[in-house]
Design a protein around this ligand. Structure first.
Ligand code: MGD
Ligand code: MGD
Ligand code: MO
Length: 699
């Protein structure tokens, strides 16, 4: 796709032939990998070419930068529509409204929310907490945090980022189990992901309801019914103990609650699991043999495909216990922990939270909230519309996307009813349409940032060009607002560079001057993977000091201590009545390399590659409904109906529908339940609910 990027670059070149061209280093912010790019800039200060990895979204940076629909000025809603106002007027009004909400309803009535964007989060959290509100919330409330919590429940603190699997390739691995990730679409240069490489000495098992490119290569593809991952994992444990494949001496020393777990998994026979998961018992046996009896074996999981379910945390706990029982924990070729050994000093003021009112979600999801110290975004509509646990009256957001929430229409109604809703974005979106004030955000090409990667690289990305119009970096607008709210002392008296200096104090030996002189950045030496069997010296930082097959913390909070399997809250098994009306199992949000979530739909050449919102449906289910490939179809759930195009394909099994997410004109989250969430994590069932599909008859 570089050609598309080049096509772009050429057209800009043509308009600026005579000017001298300079080159500046930058990092791409279309996904969170932040690859390095070189920006070529003409004499008028415009980027004319970007050179970097061959990635569609990376190439699209230029299209977005000079897109005619970019937001360039602060806007204020009036009865007759949005009008342009000055930054001073906008910030004054926001500060006044926030103070007013605080005086009338308390500081907790103002919530601070970040969507996709991560760069300015420390500043947003600092603003929330210094303002006195505990309600800093992010997209992590439905992204990776539930897998993080599951890992900490099993293995304790510092194991949250458990998954070297997603980073580390090892020549020693003899079996690789990829449990629900599709790197070809979700990773930059995904075809080159190590899981994709052909290795005759390494068996590959893939667990995914779809036949992904990786599944095509697999020795065994367990094409499971969405949301039944826990049953499958428990079935594999069953076979481990039946065959004596467990690492007995390790478990004798390091397992807590193993006898109860062994007893519990007895009921997950291959035949029963086959029925629950809709896979063959023989395939389960063969997958178990490959993973459990042929180590070292590595488990690679997704940030969230196993936890976008009402039973997600317990399912994920059962999966993560597989390396523990089979002796694959903290060994080369198995799963090791990785560490981010450089981390900028935190400026988020989280330590002040103890003195603030209880954050949204703390009572309802105490385990998640304790392990993942943010307010929970998923019950936001409950707070706004029903005052549970207390009313939220104002929201200040950066990069917020209502389509990320389940039952989007309910959240949209809630935001619309707020006294004040402010959001910062690059473009008008379904979310900005609900806002009282809309702030124009500067892009990564226009803003400086301190970026530290877990592997020791650190960069001070300088702005490559001046912002278009009056766009302003998120961090700067937050600092400006902090000062407006009378907290200049906390906000470096408006000096952004001073904030970078303070954050760099966390990375000893690296100064801002050094970084400014090295636009490609510096690498702080260190190792990102822990030594083998590090637990022998450090133990497991759980309450028992061991790996918790039974979690005392879960029991104390009223949950099952074992990683029990329960059916998804909506499923053909748990709600047969509902299933008679909505017989198909719906999973959603498989990634597409053309887009980041709701973004990039306004880039014409990307849109050409993927013009329409699609569902994937099996030929048997399609023909039973007289649906042909490309037909418009109505997808319904008890929450509503949305029109997609049918992609008729046996990539999905019969009875399963997969819907792509992030389409404003066909938002799958209009169909997802926001009332029944995973009781531990508060995650919605993005990937296991029920639906019906009908042909959209014309007229
Ligand atoms: N059905 C379903 N729903 C899902 C998922 C799923 O799998 N299925 N996945 C969930 C997951 S894992 C995630 S992470 C969320 C993602 O959901 P979001 O985080 O909401 O994702 P985006 O649509 O990428 O971004 C939201 C907005 O941020 C703006 N933006 C981007 N960068 C910046 C910036 O630097 N500054 C500012 N101010 N704005 C910016 C974009 O223009 C966009 O309008 O979706 C969740 N929702
Ligand atoms: N191009 C692109 N890349 C992205 C993003 C993007 O928006 N666009 N978003 C980024 C973000 S925020 C995230 S969180 C990551 C997510 O990264 P990944 O989780 O790797 O996302 P996918 O690549 O879609 O892979 C998820 C797989 O899970 C499968 N799946 C669905 N339901 C189930 C289930 O019940 N059980 C099992 N076992 N598998 C299931 C799907 O079929 C799909 O193949 O991607 C990141 N990368
Ligand atoms: Mo995510």
């Amino acid at each position: 796709m570089q050609s598309a990027g080049r096509r772009n670059a050429r057209s800009f070149m043509a308009t600026s032939k005579a000017s001298p061209v300079t080159a500046r280093r930058t990092t791409c912010y279309q996904c969170t990998v932040e690859c390095g790019f070189t920006a070529k800039i003409d004499g008028n200060g415009r980027v004319i070419e970007l050179v970097g990895p061959d990635c569609r979204r990376g190439a699209a940076q230029l299209d977005l930068q000079y897109h005619e629909e970019r937001l360039l000025h602060p806007l204020k809603r009036t009865p007759t529509g949005l009008i342009q106002i000055s930054w001073d007027a906008a910030l004054d009004e926001i500060a006044e409204r926030m103070k007013d909400a605080k005086a009338r309803y308390g500081p907790e009535s103002v919530a601070f929310i970040a969507g996709f964007t991560k760069e300015a989060r420390p500043y947003l959290q600092r603003l929330a907490h210094s303002f006195g509100s505990p309600n800093f919330m992010t997209e992590s409330s439905c992204c990776f945090s539930a897998t993080f919590v599951a890992a900490e429940l099993n293995f304790g603190k510092e194991f949250g980022y458990f998954l070297t699997g997603s980073r580390a390739d090892s020549p020693k691995t003899r079996t690789l189990v990829v449990w629900s990730t599709n790197p070809v679409e979700s990773n930059v240069l995904g075809e080159r992901h190590f899981a994709m490489s052909e290795r005759s000495d390494r068996a590959l098992v893939v667990v995914d309801p779809r036949r992904t490119p990786l599944a095509e290569k697999a020795d065994i593809h367990l094409q499971i019914r969405p949301g039944t991952d826990g049953a499958l994992a428990l079935g594999l444990h069953h076979l481990v103990f039946e065959h004596g494949w467990e690492d007995g001496s390790f478990l004798d020393e390091w397992a807590e609650g193993l006898p109860a777990f062994r007893e519990y998994v007895k009921r997950f026979t291959p035949e029963r699991v086959a029925e629950i998961c809709r896979v063959s018992a023989d395939d389960i046996r063969e997958a178990a043999r490959l993973y459990c009896a042929r180590g070292p074996a590595q488990l690679l999981v997704s940030a969230n495909a196993t936890v976008h379910h009402t039973n997600g945390v317990q399912n994920h706990r059962a999966i993560l216990l597989l390396p523990a029982v089979t002796g694959n924990l903290e060994i080369d070729g198995g799963n090791r922990r990785f560490v981010e050994w450089i981390r900028p000093k935190s400026v988020n003021l989280f330590d002040t939270i103890g003195g603030l009112p209880a954050r949204v979600g703390l009572k309802r999801f105490p385990v998640w909230s304790t392990h993942y110290p943010e307010a929970h975004a998923m019950p936001l509509a409950d707070a706004i519309l029903e005052g549970r646990p207390y009313p939220v009256k104002a929201v200040f957001a950066i990069g917020m996307n209502v389509m990320m929430w389940p039952n989007t229409r309910r959240l949209a109604k809630a935001l619309d009813s707020l006294d004040t809703f402010v959001t910062a974005d690059f473009f008008r979106t379904p979310t900005t349409e609900l806002a009282d004030l809309v702030l124009p955000a500067a892009t990564s090409l226009e803003r400086a940032a301190l970026i530290a990667w877990g592997d020791g690289r650190v960069v001070y990305r300088q702005a490559a060009v001046q912002p278009e119009g009056e766009a302003r970096a998120d961090a700067r607008m937050l600092i400006d607002l902090g000062c407006r709210l009378g907290m200049a002392d906390q906000f470096w008296h408006g000096d952004y560079l001073a904030s970078i200096g303070e954050r760099l104090e966390g990375i000893p030996g690296v100064t801002l001057d050094q970084l400014m002189a090295e636009p490609v950045g510096l690498t702080v030496p260190g190792a990102d993977v822990h030594p083998e069997r590090a637990y022998e010296t450090r133990g497991f930082k759980t309450p028992s000091g061991k790996i918790e097959f039974e979690s005392e913390e879960l029991r104390r909070r009223g949950y099952a201590a074992l990683p029990v399997y329960e059916e998804p809250a909506e499923s053909p098994v748990s709600t047969p009545d509902l299933a008679s009306e909505y017989p198909l199992v719906l999973t959603s949000g498989g990634r597409s390399r053309n887009f980041t979530h709701s973004q990039h739909r306004n880039v014409a050449w990307l849109r050409e590659l993927e013009p329409q919102p699609r569902i994937q449906i099996h030929p048997d289910d399609a023909s039973a409904r007289h649906i042909s490939d490309g037909d418009a179809v109505l997808v319904s759930s008890p929450r509503g109906t949305v029109t997609f195009r049918a992609s008729v394909t046996d990539v999905v099994a019969p009875g399963i529908v997969h819907a792509f997410h992030g389409w404003a004109e066909a938002n799958i989250n209009d169909l997802i339940n926001d009332a029944t969430l995973d009781p531990i994590s508060g995650f919605p069932a993005f990937k296991s609910s029920l639906c019906q599909v009908r042909k959209d008859s014309p007229g």
